[in-house]
Design a protein around this ligand. Sequence first.
Ligand code: SF4
Ligand code: SF4
Length: 402
Amino acid sequence: MDLGIVDDELATCVACGLCLPHCPTYRVTGEEALSPRGRVAAMRQVQWDGADPDATFVRSLETCVQCRGCETACPSGVPFGRLIEPARQSLAEGPPSPAGGAPLARPPRTFRLAVRTLRWHRLVLAGSSALAVAQRLRLVPRRLASRLGVPARLPIRRPRLRPSGADVWVFTGCVMDAWQRDVHAAVARVVEATGTGVAYPGPGAACCGALAAHAGLGTEARARAAATMAALPGDAPILVDAAGCGAQLKDYGHLLGTPEAAAFAARVRDVHEWLAERMDDLPLAAPAAADRPRVAVQDPCHLRHVQRAHAAVRTVLAPVADVVELDDEGLCCGAGGAYAAVQPDLAAAIRDRKLAAIARAGAPVVASANPGCALHLAAAGVDVVHPCQLVAEAIWPRNRVP
Ligand code: SF4
Ligand code: SF4
């Protein structure tokens, strides 16, 4: 079966195994089939040797968090994301299974419907508010909400985002805008404090398509990419405060394969990358040592391994907090987009390793630049904030939400 992987890229692995300690699924299971090396070998057997893409193969690929920790660890430069994405798409949208009419690993109907719904942002906001009211009326079992990655107390109302200029766009996205708009508000206010005018996209940029892409729903992902590009015209930089969305937007050139998409992707910056170059423009007074919070930094995989921009978070936090590093070499937390919802047992086991690292660090607060990681850790009782919220607190004390 052709998995759509470029053969030269599939050939780069030399099976050295150096990636294994950096793979969260291998670390919690010890199974070769759930390691990067095992997954590459399985993809070769299917694409090169004509092996059946059986249930073992599907499990090997579906359990991958797509954290790309193996990419940064690999001395041979295996582009693991370029392997797993077309393979997942082949399973989700490719030829029907010999046993039935559907593709081999098409995501469940409810999941596909949920992903498609993300294109209607007003519906997402209204649905989230209705769910928030249901939570207040105790109509939503906490265990079910936690299982689906829904915060225990969703906001019923959200701060209004008012444009202040056209120097940069701030990308707002789908679920994050519904559940964590207070983060967007803090980010925008910090960006504006550098003397920069902020614009927001219209409803066309309702979702970057990352959740669809990770699930192998390439057709939906490309549709969301095209709509997002149309909603963010011009040359202004596009700042992103969610690592997963930023990685997806930066990948549009590869996803769509057009010069326009490549030019769009070149405008995208993680907000910390952008801010790190402008810290002198912020009205920051050095806080007294006693006022500096001790903060452990959790590196989202899509910031550390994909965008490779995690150092910028330290630069942004340095004036306002005492940063404590985790001692787990950036191992994934198990959130992985919708991974925590579709692979709850593995996601929880992976998170347990992260929780242990956080406990060893001994900091009362964790800073995370990705909403999925923040929600996944918060569901386990961790106090998580976005790094820009800490900067906002330092500029405007006693206001976590400016
Ligand atoms: S992916 Fe890279 S690190 Fe892992 S086994 Fe292959 S060559 Fe070695
Ligand atoms: S992307 Fe992450 S989970 Fe998947 S094989 Fe690589 S390290 Fe393991």
